[in-house]
Ligand binder design. Structure first.
Ligand SMILES: NC(=O)c1ccc[n+]([C@@H]2O[C@H](COP(=O)([O-])OP(=O)(O)OC[C@H]3O[C@@H](n4cnc5c(N)ncnc54)[C@H](O)[C@@H]3O)[C@@H](O)[C@H]2O)c1
Ligand SMILES: N[C@@H](CCO)C(=O)O
Ligand code: NA
Length: 818
């Protein structure tokens, strides 16, 4: 025998009922079944609200009950052919006549006792189970309506009646003896030995099903609802949450206590005592195996799920005078119980100086008063401090029997929280090792859940949540690259990169699930695009609160760089080709590095110098391994090298500069390259990476921008003016050629001073061979002394730069792996 129970949403309308009948059909073809139904979706609520209205003299109940009756009649019309409707309609009408009388009575005497309320509520299940039992008959099932009041015996605690199991079990067994029909049972209700109607409290229909399963020694109990089982975490907060295939009874109870309200612990009891497996299944997705809850030993993952509870406050009771803690705790708890306050979590360190309690926030004032009243004298004498309250908190808990005697669970939990900047206010774990709970700030809840979910369930796959500002040349190339590599990274590198925010200087847009990168829109074309506001962009990123967030800055903007401190403070990593931050004041540069270290978050900028060429990383490795830089000589501008090497082919200067821009080698404003500013920034950054306290004033810069071009308002105007100088540049080139030399724009750093400018080099110089957007860096160091270390290759362009940014992002994925 199997017991199937269908909740209200499963039978809310004709279409859903059809699905339920299919499930019943399939089950009964496999063996004996009995079915428990809740009231049709939403009916109980209307009944109870109407009773309250009638009691308060509010006549609106008349209309509401009429609507409810019409709904039942309509369902009958839909479920039955015309010639078979009449007896069922009669049943429904008689019930509603009774209800009318009942409500009228309540309305007149303005009183509705718990006993009356239970009777009112019973109509919901009596109507649904009767109608459905008859409808099943029409479908050819051998079904029979069973009013559970006939067999479920309870005491007279109306509203939450206690079941008399010996009597109930006998009555059920008796009833089912020699009864080969499919029993269609009313959930939720029972009766006292005097025949008074009672209800079984919260999730009462599940309880009914569990009672029948237990009495009949059923092979299984199936709870059919509108979700596919118990999930690893609240799917509204954790998008990657998934159904837990199997839970032990204790795990299911722990999880449902905190948040996962799929099954109510006490309703499991009767089935659990007999070791009957409980399946949580989805009526709307019957092929999904759902969750099996049984007595099996734990297996598989370290934990089964992560639950949470928000709106929590902590109360700290402390003071030098707490010596006899045993009695203090007794008094705290009796003070709280005297005002009916439920304590959710307790923590007391072994110093026995502080007792810390978590309770629901709405009870905090009452709780504080009750405790302070209890300790009035001690507080007055200064032996105990006034109760210290911290509010706006939440509890996250990892749950699983596998944690028992299995070191590492708490380590992983707190590492994940710490790495994601989630402060822990209090901790509790009992010796059952079934649940580790941590109290965190409510605003950190979603991040905490996601971090834990990732650490325990997706630790094989690390997710990086990217927020990209600057969707220009480099930004767009980066998105394309990530899209192309996404699958490979997921499979081979176990890394998942999602982009949740995109912005350019005009628009910004967000996507909680991550943009579809293969068809990623520009910010202005994205759904819900808003006008760009950097402060709001960052606030939104903070409030989305993902673990492992990365801010990628693909702008050349100082304004964006000015937000780096705030971003790092929020424990969000930064990856950027933008040189503005590292080339501003030395103090700012140092501060950013320090901050990143302090917050244990990465700040990566390999593409600040020579695009994707491994310059910064190499230099950092040299320094970490104890080398010392003596001299740097370099060609650091891809565009300038392109311009001066192309010039040799005879094209006019202004045209070559334009080409360099078209090829994506220049800065958004090419004057940043021609002026030497871009190179100056790079040599400044290299010097700083070489641990030299270099300031911008330590660099002498030779600009290649003609005077009148400096003032040009727009880039177009600049190009126009530049044409007037083509002759000068042609002359420069000719003079160099005469000397048998080549022009290269280079930078040197030696003895704490840097020089940036155009050099005429003889043909044997290594820089003379550079072509196109090539960069070349020579490091003369204590170790690389006789011959310098040389790095050479294309140092500008969308692809090589985006690839460098991408490599930094991937590197982050490796750093953050647990
Ligand atoms: N082009 C290269 O070869 C290369 C190589 C290495 C580094 N870089 C660096 O890459 C960065 C981007 O270069 P690009 O060629 O993609 O430039 P781009 O002009 O094509 O794109 C810049 C983007 O940033 C946006 N932006 C500018 N200011 C902004 C602000 N305040 N807020 C939001 N968005 C803003 C713009 O709207 C645009 O989408 C620059 O810092 C550049 O120095 C470029
Ligand atoms: N505009 C730069 C590329 C960005 O660093 C160059 O020409 O090298
Ligand atoms: Na680089």
């Amino acid at each position: 025998m199997k017991i199937l129970k269908f909740g209200g949403s499963s039978v809310a309308n004709q279409a859903n009922i059809k699905k339920v009948f299919e499930i019943i059909q399939k089950s009964q073809s496999e063996g004996d079944i009995a079915v428990v139904f809740s009231a049709f979706g939403g009916v109980t609520e209307v009944l109870l609200n109407s009773a309250a209205a009638a009691k308060n003299g509010d006549k609106s109940y008349v209309q509401d009950i009429k609507i409810l009756e019409d709904r039942h009649i309509e369902l009958v019309r839909q479920l039955f052919p015309i010639n078979l409707q009449s007896p069922v309609l009669t049943y429904v009408k008689v019930r509603f006549n009774e209800l009318e009388d009942l409500f009228h009575g309540i309305f007149l005497i303005k009183e509705c006792s718990p006993r009356t309320l239970d009777y009112v509520a019973s109509f919901g299940e009596r109507l649904s189970a009767f109608v459905l039992a008859e409808a099943l008959k029409v479908e050819g099932f051998n079904s029979k309506y069973l009013d559970a009041r006939e067999v479920v015996r309870t005491n007279d605690r109306f509203g939450n009646a206690k079941v008399d199991f010996p009597a109930t079990n006998d009555l059920i067994l008796d009833y089912f003896h020699n009864n080969s029909t499919i029993q269609i049972i009313t959930g939720f209700i029972g009766s006292t030995s005097k025949g008074e109607t009672t209800t079984l409290g919260r999730s009462g229909s599940d309880y009914t099903a569990s009672i029948f399963a237990s009495a009949l020694h059923a092979e299984s109990l199936e709870i059919w609802t509108d979700v596919s089982g118990v999930m690893t975490s609240d799917p509204r907060l954790v998008y990657t949450a998934f159904t837990i295939p199997q839970l032990s009874y204790s795990e299911a109870m722990e999880l449902s206590h905190f948040g996962a309200k799929v099954i109510f612990p006490s309703t499991m009891m009767p089935a659990m005592k007999k070791g009957i497996p409980i399946y949580i299944k989805n009526t709307f997705e019957p092929s999904n195996p759902g969750t099996l809850i049984n007595g099996d030993a734990p297996s598989g993952k370290l934990i089964k799920g992560i639950s949470s509870m928000s709106d929590i406050s902590l109360l700290n009771i402390q003071g030098a005078g707490i010596l006899d803690v045993i009695d203090v705790n007794r008094r705290i708890f009796s003070a709280l119980s005297s005002v009916n306050i439920n304590v959710i979590l307790i923590s007391q360190a072994s110093s026995e100086q502080i007792t810390c309690l978590a309770i629901k926030s709405f009870e905090v004032t009452l709780a504080k008063e009750a405790i302070e009243k209890e300790f009035f004298h001690e507080i007055r004498n200064g032996e105990i401090d006034v109760v210290h309250v911290i509010s706006d908190l939440a509890i996250v808990a990892v749950v699983g029997e596998n944690m028992k005697q299995n070191p590492g669970a708490s380590g992983r939990m707190f590492q994940a929280l710490g790495r994601n900047n989630v402060n822990v206010y209090a901790i509790a774990q009992g010796s059952s090792e079934l649940n580790i709970s941590a109290v965190v700030s409510k605003s950190d809840l979603q991040k905490a859940l996601n971090a834990l979910h990732e650490a325990f369930f997706l630790s094989d796959n690390k997710v990086l949540h990217v927020f990209l500002v600057g969707v220009g040349l480099i930004g767009q190339a980066l998105i394309k690259m990530i899209a192309n590599q996404q699958q490979k990274l997921q499979k081979e590198n176990l890394l998942d990169i999602q982009i949740h925010g995109i912005a350019n200087s005009r628009y910004m847009a967000f996507n909680e699930d991550g943009f579809d990168l293969k068809n990623c829109p520009l910010p202005e074309a994205a759904e819900g695009a808003k006008e760009m506001d950097l402060d709001k962009f960052i606030s939104q990123m903070e409030s989305m609160n993902f673990s492992n967030s990365v801010f990628v800055d693909c702008t050349a903007s100082q304004d964006v760089a000015d937000f780096y401190e705030r971003i790092l403070e929020a424990k969000v990593a930064i990856v950027t080709p933008n040189k503005k931050a590292n080339s501003s004041s030395l103090e700012k540069y140092k501060n950013l590095k320090k901050l990143a270290g302090k917050r244990s978050v990465k700040f990566l900028y390999e593409t600040n110098v020579a695009a994707g060429l491994p310059v910064i990383n190499t230099l950092q490795d040299l320094m970490l391994s104890g080398d010392k830089v003596i001299k740097i000589e370099a060609v650091l501008s891809g565009s300038m090298n392109y311009i001066f090497s192309e010039l040799e082919k005879g094209a006019p200067f202004s045209e070559v500069v334009k080409l360099a821009k078209e090829k994506g080698y220049t800065e958004p404003d090419p004057r940043d390259d021609l002026s030497g500013m871009d190179v100056a920034r790079k040599i400044l950054i290299l010097g700083r990476e070489a641990e030299q306290d270099l300031h911008f004033e330590d660099i002498s810069i030779q600009s290649m921008v003609p005077e009148d071009c400096v003032e040009a308002g727009s880039v177009d105007e600049f190009f126009h003016k530049l044409m007037g100088h083509d002759g000068e540049f042609a002359n420069l080139l000719a003079e160099a050629a005469e000397r048998g030399e080549k022009l290269r724009f280079m930078a040197t750093l030696e003895n704490g001073k840097a020089k940036v400018g155009l050099k005429s080099l003889d043909n044997s110089h290594p820089f003379s061979t550079l072509k196109g957007s090539d960069n070349m860096i020579l490091f003369t160091t204590e170790r690389y002394h006789d011959f310098p270390m040389i790095i050479r290759g294309p140092g500008a362009g969308a692809d090589v730069t985006a690839a460098g940014v991408f490599a930094d992002v991937i590197r982050l994925g490796n750093y953050t792996r647990s």
